[in-house]
Design a protein around this ligand. Sequence first.
Ligand code: SF4
Ligand code: SF4
Length: 93
Amino acid sequence: MKLPGWKELVETGPIILEAGNARKYKTGDWRTFRPEIDYSKCTTCLFCWLFCPDSSISFDGKRVEINYDYCKGCGICAAECPVKCITMKEEEK
Ligand code: SF4
Ligand code: SF4
């Protein structure tokens, strides 16, 4: 059997053909736990926004919001929140 050369491998390998294509893939659908924010305790310190490795937390100038289409449920936001107002809850599908 003849093995493929590098040019054929490029066609099937994990390459990014267009910038920003991650928006097309909802990577949060295999999450096991989902973070939920208790806004009554949130101080808007933005630690969760800063530490989220998936940039799934946005800030509109007033409050932080989790985008569940992309949140993978890693729990880093909950671990880093200084007032512990983010709770990781088991995902219900
Ligand atoms: S659980 Fe992880 S991916 Fe989801 S918002 Fe928190 S830090 Fe981001
Ligand atoms: S880390 Fe906690 S207190 Fe800070 S903005 Fe996020 S949810 Fe609010």
